[in-house]
Design a binder for this molecule. Structure first.
Ligand SMILES: Nc1ncnc2c1ncn2[C@@H]1O[C@H](COP(=O)(O)OP(=O)(O)OP(=O)(O)O)[C@@H](O)[C@H]1O
Length: 197
């Protein structure tokens, strides 16, 4: 069975990564993508299912598994741990799917130290003001959490736009335009992908 290169999506919180990934997953026939399910120590948001959206865990458990070398990447962000286990990526690749990783800049830096050789995509907002508006519009963060996220965003954007860090940068200004560019890029990277007719 062919094993496809995993694909990393990175970009500041609220830029639209989740939205774009969800659209991509629906666009192509035969469910060609698989999410590697991340671990997190944050509380589930309404409707999030353990083992599906995230593997919800405790700080103690997570620290132990990190020490055992079970994670490709992990980071403490906004006061909480997030990480991707080797097992989670393996499971997706073994099922013949393209593994999708939705990670932050720190995560990208660790993946670059690992044996995984994914495609690296960066999603940038059209402006900081637009990013703030989206985060506020989503309404899932407290004011304090939002300020932390916006504070991190400037540095993340600088890293994302530095030459050589990513294979491709997408600016998520108009959602449909950005999505169309992404679909085209995916068809070039993964010629086996066929749109649903
Ligand atoms: N191009 C766009 N124009 C306007 N709003 C958008 C656009 N793309 C996404 N959004 C909205 O912005 C908000 C944030 O999007 P989303 O939750 O996908 O971000 P994210 O990058 O996955 O964030 P996080 O990393 O915190 O999970 C959502 O309410 C989404 O509907």
């Amino acid at each position: 069975m062919s094993c496809y290169k995993p694909v990393v999506f990175c970009g500041p919180s609220g830029v639209g990564k989740g939205t774009l990934i969800a659209k991509l997953m629906q666009h192509f026939a035969n469910e060609p993508f698989g999410f590697s399910v991340s671990h997190t120590t944050r509380q589930p948001r309404e409707g999030e299912i353990d083992g599906v959206h995230y593997n919800f865990t405790t700080v103690e458990q997570m620290k132990q598994e990190i020490a055992e070398g079970k994670f490709i990447e992990y980071a403490e962000v906004h006061g909480r741990y997030y990480g991707t286990s080797i097992a989670a990526v393996d499971a997706v690749q073994k099922s013949g799917k393209i593994c999708v990783l939705d990670i932050d800049v720190q995560g990208v830096q660790s993946v670059k130290q690992s044996s995984l050789e994914p495609l690296y995509l960066f999603i940038a907002p059209p402006s900081m003001a637009a990013l703030e508006e989206r985060l506020r519009g989503r309404g899932t963060e407290t004011e304090e959490q939002m300020q932390i996220r916006l504070g991190n965003a400037a540095q993340e954007l600088a890293y994302g736009q530095e030459a050589g860090n990513f294979d491709k940068i997408f600016v998520n200004n108009d959602l449909e335009t950005c999505f169309a560019e992404m679909v085209q890029a995916f068809q070039e990277w993964y010629p086996h992908l066929k749109p649903i007719v």
